[in-house]
Design a protein. Structure first.
Length: 342
């Protein structure tokens, strides 16, 4: 029997709705919030208000594009966390309203599992490659940098995690001090293409095991700018591309170093990346190159599935639905989820 699920994602600053039939994506609509750009970062209160304005038209469009009406849905999946509480609340409340009015079950989804499971989305017109279990997933977003051992859609173990900043945060914060717009990651990626990655050298962390740290890199970047700008006020403007290329190379090196170690330790050669930073061209090239050297099968998500989207939430919801893992009507959003238990 076919199962049709509506997915809702509202954990940060993108309002998204998607419809999936079994594992095949029928629609995926994303409304990004431009309101934060002028503040150089996401303002939580403005994000929740924008979600409230966006959610009804976004869901409407997703249903229309899928060619169905809400009464044809078997379930509604939503992001329960981690994320901004006020933003999550909009998606959770909307899901409850729809579930009650159509008398269908709700499935709560861990946003991070969603990013990982985006590798199993099927498209109606084109085959996408799927990793085999177990595989390692480097999950890199604005809030998380983790290496996850994925043994099945239900069995995931975090084997390494950042002890301070996330990779995306390092990009965003360094971009901010260079006066680049938010979010900084894509802008740095673009500028880096014109620059020399060996022009500057920034500190790399020494952290045990498979854990990450990016706060030292951020500080090292800041100190370089401070010292150079004291000598030459136009330093940033004159060296933007080289700064971006060198920063990006350092982030990618740090990420790959632990991933290579984890692959050796676990003897796993199916390697995937996921999350907003997996859109980064330096990281994508780096993974592919390492993979060639090491006999990995590498899995890069399509660009539209790298940053936050409801397609991945609908898909993760499908797997939970198949196991009968439903949320009760008194479910509440949660800002932090430290493990992969849900
Ligand atoms: O997964 P995501 O959309 O949201 C979170 O769950 O955090 O990730 C957003 C992060 C931001 O830090 C953004 O700067 C980063 O992903 N990002 C990139 C690129 N595209 C998005 N970082 C580096 N290069 C990119 N091309
Ligand atoms: Zn995300």
């Amino acid at each position: 029997m076919d199962i049709t699920i509506l997915g809702i994602e509202s954990s940060c600053d993108d309002t998204s709705a998607a419809v999936i039939r079994n594992t095949t994506l029928l629609s995926n609509v994303i409304a990004s919030q431009a309101v934060h750009v002028k503040y150089g970062g996401v303002i939580p209160e403005l994000a929740s208000r924008a979600h409230q304005q966006n959610i009804v038209p976004v869901v409407d469009t997703a249903l229309k594009e899928a060619g169905i009406t809400a009464d044809k849905l078997d379930a509604i999946a939503f992001t329960r966390g981690p994320g901004l509480l006020g933003s999550l609340m909009v998606g959770v409340s909307f899901a409850k309203g729809l579930a009650i009015s159509h008398n269908i079950p709700m499935v709560d989804v861990n946003h991070l599992r969603g990013h990982i499971l985006s590798h199993f989305i099927d498209l109606p017109d084109r085959e996408l490659p799927h990793p085999s279990f177990p595989f390692l997933c480097l999950l890199v977003s604005g809030g998380h940098s983790q290496i996850v051992k994925v043994s099945s859609p239900y069995d995931m173990e975090i084997v390494g995690s950042t002890i301070d900043d996330a990779a995306g945060e390092a990009f965003d914060k360094c971009a901010k001090v260079m006066g680049l717009p938010y979010p900084g990651g894509p802008v740095i990626d673009k500028l880096a293409k014109e620059g020399n990655p060996d022009a500057f050298h920034f500190a790399k962390p020494h952290v045990a095991g498979f854990d990450y740290s990016f706060s030292g890199l951020k500080t090292s970047f800041l100190y370089t700018l401070r010292d150079e700008v004291a000598e030459n006020p136009d330093f940033i403007e004159q060296n933007k591309a080289d700064l971006c290329a060198s920063l990006q190379k350092t982030v990618v090196d740090i990420l790959l170093d632990k991933l290579i170690k984890a692959s050796k330790e676990y003897g796993i050669k199916d390697i995937a990346i996921a999350g907003g930073v997996s859109a980064n061209s330096g990281l994508r090239n780096g993974i592919v190159n390492e993979g060639r050297k090491r006999g990995w099968r590498t899995f890069l998500p399509e660009f539209k599935f790298t940053t936050d989207n409801a397609a991945m939430i609908a898909l993760a919801g499908y797997y939970r639905y198949m196991k009968g893992e439903f949320a009760s009507l008194d479910v509440t959003p949660t800002a932090r989820i430290e493990d992969m238990d849900i």
